[in-house]
Write a new protein. Structure first.
Length: 318
């Protein structure tokens, strides 16, 4: 079996880089596993690497993402609808999708490495299919969002890149300047939703005044905000959180509640539910204020849908 470690050389801390060297050492003692290290050098490189190995080796290969959410996003795009599974080592800054996969906001990279047997070469894991979001032909593994959170995500990512020790706290700090601006945005929506009894319904608006709209396969984004705490990666449904336009006075008490995933219990302006797909487009043809897995896009229209069991994920053996 080949294990292809896709490493983002600029992601993570020195501590995690040393941990990665320990993983390298453990493979020397495993005659049944070959370790291949591929460094990324430009945007989209991780996708290219993952797709190439998946095409060549299929199920005889595991792609190991050693970076943050950006690396996971690219690897998932390269592995969608292939037989090659993805393993995630949270060696980046945000690691929001890894928080969902490993069930905690306080990730311990060493503990995760040991759970896969990567510290001593005794590899052990299960492979489980999970869902992806298709948006305009691209794939999203975690969260697609619009509005205020895109502004926060953009600024937080820049701050984290410049000041490494901030880590995910950069996203919390980025909230302050973002909420001091207007919190009212407009968007057009045509959404296919499912109620608690499994019955379909529509959300349609041309235009819709809103502050934030998150469509979630996972639970966490933006450095740990959790709009969908009960989301499942394999249920064929997406959780959504839609916040109507609010002002600063209304927004301030909602921020900690949104972080916990309970904002809808405290304000009628916060709506949550399940969604399977739909169409989102700007009101004037300009690029949407949106991002996918923390990566901004410049689409003026997005057509999206859930793709059930679209990628295979390695999980530790309990």
């Amino acid at each position: 079996m080949k294990y292809v470690f896709i490493e983002n050389p600029i992601a993570g801390t020195k501590e995690k880089q040393l941990l990665f060297k320990e993983v390298q050492s453990s493979f020397r003692w495993n005659k049944n596993a070959e370790m291949i290290i591929e460094e990324t050098h430009y945007k989209g490189h991780a996708k290219e690497i993952a797709a190439a190995y998946a095409k060549k080796y299929g199920s005889d290969c595991v792609i190991v993402s050693c970076g943050g959410d950006g690396t996971v996003h690219e690897a998932a795009n390269g592995l969608a609808h292939t037989d090659t599974p993805l393993m995630i080592l949270p060696f980046g800054t945000g690691n929001d999708f890894a928080k969902k996969v490993y069930g905690t906001k306080k990730l311990d990279a060493l503990k995760i490495v040991k759970s896969f047997g990567l510290h001593d070469g005794s590899l052990k894991y299960n492979v489980q299919p999970i869902d992806l979001i298709d948006y305009n032909g691209e794939k999203c593994i975690n969260v697609m969002s619009y509005g205020l959170d895109t502004k926060v995500e953009t600024l937080g990512r820049k701050m984290a890149a410049k000041v490494k020790f901030l880590g995910h706290q950069a996203y919390n700090l980025a909230i302050v300047p973002c909420i001091m601006q207007s919190l009212k945005y407009q968007i057009n929506l045509d959404l296919d939703c499912i109620d608690d009894k499994g019955m379909p319904y529509k959300i349609q608006a041309e235009p819709k005044d809103y502050t934030l709209f998150a469509i979630c396969n996972g639970s966490y984004y933006g450095g740990g905000f959790c709009p969908a705490p009960d989301s499942r990666l394999d249920d064929g449904l997406l959780d959504y959180a839609l916040i109507d336009a609010v002002n600063l006075k209304e927004a301030l008490p909602l921020i900690p509640k949104y972080n916990e995933g309970t904002a809808h219990l405290h304000s009628k302006k916060v709506k949550v539910g399940y969604i399977t797909g739909g169409r989102i487009w700007s009101t004037d043809g300009s690029p949407l204020l949106g991002n996918c897995d923390g990566e901004n896009f410049d689409y003026s229209e997005v057509n999206f849908k859930i793709e059930k069991n679209a990628i295979k994920l390695c999980l530790p053996v309990e």
